[in-house]
Design a protein around this ligand. Structure first.
Ligand code: PMP
Length: 402
């Protein structure tokens, strides 16, 4: 069977990322890895989940926990999320919340809902690689989103028109972004909303890291600012994607979308058609663990990750040669390095693995056009302080020799 012949055109954009393939090979004990952008499993609330799963599987609850359930999601969990959202300046009801299988599924659904082939999606340069992966299936063009106002609506429209295309949404990882660690400040968020209003497009606010602020002042989510402008969530254009992956556990695959009811009801139909609903038992367990001790869990993560971030920043200061600069994130898991123009992150990774046994993600993978090869992403979530010092020392040696 010649499978390529029968695959739909949209599948041609679904390619295994060369980086992900490469990083799979790096799971060797002597490699210091700053590559994987994943939580430290030692911080998972394992005992709390043991108890929660045991509780859901005893008595009356077990029939609910193991049964099909509604596409919108488990009501007590949606209620808990609605309350959290309210705390962030987003008054809403459970009708504004859909539970998804991780926020990754929300990105896929929003791509499906908003993109026809050849439409233009605005994304930052660089952006979350997984968002590009999700949107690619819907065959869009990408244009570079400059969130804080330095590109006019007209420019975006003209660039799209050159391709007979229309701008359909702006997507951004806004807090301690993957991959840069940077946060869009309040003025930037307002400018992004201004732009979206001028273009009359939705904003997809990827808030996967929203809870992981270690210092600095909290900034209202774009959706909160949008509500301040419009008076009610049902009048807004912001599609907020939240996740329990970075706070409680990514393996349970529980995330959510919070948005105007008219969008949520369309997404519910999409979810019905795609997978009926997210795992019932996982939603119940997440609800139990979150409602009993979300803040305590987040505090535990703060202590560990902020120490590791400080340690990595100090090590960079000590070991990086001149010409290398990096971001100073106020939260999240990532630091982004910019190297002198002539250096190539992918080539450096190959050398680093061979000579220094240190892994990172070359930055070009996060650009829709594969540009800016002189960049790299480092993650500090999984390594201990000693390993961070040693890994950055070796990376410094590599960059000095390059
Ligand atoms: N958005 C961003 C910015 C991410 O970094 C990730 C996970 N790496 C996701 C969304 C998806 O996370 P999940 O599906 O586990 O919620």
């Amino acid at each position: 069977m010649d499978w390529e012949k029968v695959f739909a055109t949209r599948s041609s954009r679904m390619k295994a990322s060369e980086i992900r393939e490469l990083l799979k090979l790096l799971d060797q004990p002597d490699i210091i890895s700053f590559a994987g952008g994943i939580p430290d499993p030692a911080l998972f609330p394992t005992q709390e989940f043991q108890q929660a799963f045991a509780n859901t599987l005893t008595g009356d609850k077990q029939t609910t926990a193991l049964q099909y359930s509604v596409s919108e999601g488990y009501v007590p969990l949606r209620q808990w999320i609605a309350k959290q959202m309210e705390g962030l300046g987003i008054p809403c009801s459970i009708e504004n919340i859909l539970i998804t299988s991780g926020s990754q599924q929300a990105l896929d659904y929003l791509g499906k809902l908003l993109l026809s082939p050849n439409d233009t999606a605005l994304v930052t340069w660089p952006t979350y690689m997984g968002a590009l992966g999700a949107f690619n299936a819907y065959e869009p063009n990408y244009d570079r989103l400059i969130a804080n106002g330095n590109r006019s609506a007209k420019e975006y429209q003209e660039t799209a028109a050159e391709k007979n295309s229309e701008v359909k949404f702006a997507y951004m990882s806004v807090d301690f972004a993957n991959p840069t660690g940077e946060t869009l400040d309040r003025a930037g968020r307002e400018k992004l909303l201004d732009l979206a209003e001028e273009l009359d497009i939705p904003v997809i606010e990827d808030a996967a890291y929203q809870s992981l602020r270690y210092d600095g002042e909290a900034i209202p989510p774009i959706l909160a600012l949008d509500i301040q402008r419009k008076g009610h969530i049902d009048e807004t254009r912001t599609l907020y994607c939240g996740s329990f992956s970075k706070t409680l556990a990514p393996g349970l695959r529980v995330g959510w979308v919070c948005a105007a009811q008219s969008v949520i009801s369309k997404l519910v139909l999409m979810k019905q058609a795609a997978d009926l609903h997210s795992s019932t038992i996982n939603q119940i367990a997440i609800h139990e663990v979150a409602s009993k001790g979300f803040d305590k869990q987040v505090a535990k993560i703060f202590t560990a990750y902020s120490t590791r971030r400080d340690c990595m920043l100090a090590a960079l200061e000590e070991h990086m040669p001149e010409g290398v600069s990096w971001t100073k994130p106020e939260g999240g898991m990532f630091i982004w390095l910019t190297l002198p123009k002539h250096l190539d992150g992918a080539e450096l990774l190959a050398k680093s693995i061979e000579n220094q046994r240190v892994a990172f993600v070359p930055g070009h993978a996060f650009y829709a056009d594969g540009s800016n090869r002189n960049t790299m992403r480092l993650s500090f979530s999984q390594a201990n302080e000693e390993t961070i010092h040693e890994g950055i020392r070796r990376l410094g040696l590599l960059l000095k020799s390059a």
